[in-house]
Design a protein around this ligand. Structure first.
Ligand code: PLP
Length: 365
């Protein structure tokens, strides 16, 4: 039999489960779509204008691999002022996904282990597997005795995602201090994915990079500024790591899109609090609508809620929901177990209301 023309390395990763669900749902003509992982509001007007200005300037060139210098200075000022991060180096990445790919490759060798709280954002597992590193899962409500038991001589890093996709869970300063102590004790690098930083409803966002130097902080504008297609992220971390990530960027992404970088230089002053207030109301509406019929925690941040499927089988429940015209995502896309499902409330109030009614009806049957 002829050998596959595709590399063996590709066998280590799977296509995104979210895309698979969207395939399943293709037959629906006008679904109640609660599956989407991007904001439903439009790009802020000021940013639209900045991109037009950027186009009129000389914007067709490459930037330096680490990114546009002025933008880096703006990001550093933001990190110092809002996150208390004043050390290390900063680079611009092609979204947080680009930053994750570079960071994982820069610090993990085949056989190294990375601790991933479960449920997790899909990319972490797949990039670790792609590299030949081993994901080690721990429950998202971090139990530090259990975490210590999971550490081996190959453990290199732990990833923290607060606010979390898919649960909306936010770790307060108290938990972050424990993570920092744990990482320090076992000499681990912390990768902190803070992409939902702005979407936080009751608690305060806390950046672990402000208290633990061996942190790679990843963030970007995909969610906060509703520009996931523009590919703008940034990474801050120890000089050695950012230098390695920049070296790899030279041969992969080359640089984040120049137009986007130029347009985003003044984006950090744009106020999106109106949208965050809207999402807080949507969070309250969906939690109130579901809590009688589902076992569910109130999310503190992001724009997702993660109920347990009534029959304990997330995939079955999602199939049933799709038959009833509602698009949601099964928990096994984000987890080693298949007990929950994810709802995105980045949708109109009317869509959310319709979704709640249908999901409740399914749960009662
Ligand atoms: N990290 C988390 C937790 C996410 O949910 C997402 C997107 O859904 C990303 C990273 C990717 O973001 P970007 O569009 O900046 O690559």
């Amino acid at each position: 039999m002829a050998e596959s023309i595709v590399s063996k390395r590709m066998d280590a990763i799977e296509s995104s489960g979210i895309r698979r669900i969207f395939e399943l749902a293709k037959s629906l003509s006008d679904p109640v779509n609660l599956g989407i992982g991007e904001p439903d509001f439009d790009v802020p007007e000021a940013l639209k204008n900045s991109v037009i200005d950027a186009v009129k300037e000389k914007c067709g060139k490459y930037t330096a691999s680490a990114g546009d210098k002025e933008l880096i200075r703006k990001v550093e000022a933001k990190l110092a002022k809002e996150n208390g991060i004043r050390q290390g180096k900063t680079m611009i990445t092609a979204g947080v996904s680009g930053g994750l790919f570079l960071a994982f490759n820069a610090i993990l060798d085949p056989g190294d282990e990375i601790i991933i709280p479960d449920p997790y954002f899909v990319i972490y597992k797949q990039i670790a597997n792609f590299i030949g590193a081993k994901p080690v899962y721990v429950p998202i409500d971090l139990d530090f005795d259990e975490l210590s038991r999971k550490v081996s001589s190959r453990t290199k890093a732990i990833i923290i995602n607060s606010p979390n996709n898919p649960t909306g869970k936010v770790y307060g300063r108290d938990v972050m201090e424990k993570v920092a102590d744990f990482a320090n004790e076992h000499d681990l690098i912390v990768i902190s994915d803070e992409i939902y930083e702005r979407f936080i409803y009751d608690k305060e966002h806390f950046s672990i990079g402000s208290i633990y130097d061996k942190t790679i902080t990843l963030n970007g504008l995909s969610k906060s500024h509703a520009i996931p297609g523009w590919r703008l992220g940034y990474a801050n971390g120890p000089d050695e790591v950012i230098d390695a990530m920049t070296k790899l960027q030279q041969y992969t992404f080359v640089c984040a899109p120049t137009i986007t970088q130029k347009a985003c230089i003044h984006s950090f002053d744009i106020d999106i609090s109106r949208h965050v207030n809207d999402y807080k109301k949507k969070r309250d509406m969906i939690y109130k609508g579901l809590k009688e019929n589902f076992e569910v925690e109130k999310p503190d941040g992001a724009f997702y809620i993660y109920p347990k499927a009534p029959n304990g089988n997330g995939m079955k429940f999602v199939e049933e929901a799709i038959k009833n015209n509602v698009l949601i995502v099964p928990g096994n896309v984000f987890s080693e177990s298949n007990t929950h499902f994810r709802i995105s409330f980045a949708a109109s109030d009317e869509t959310i209301r319709k979704g709640i009614d249908i999901l409740k009806r399914i749960a009662r049957n």
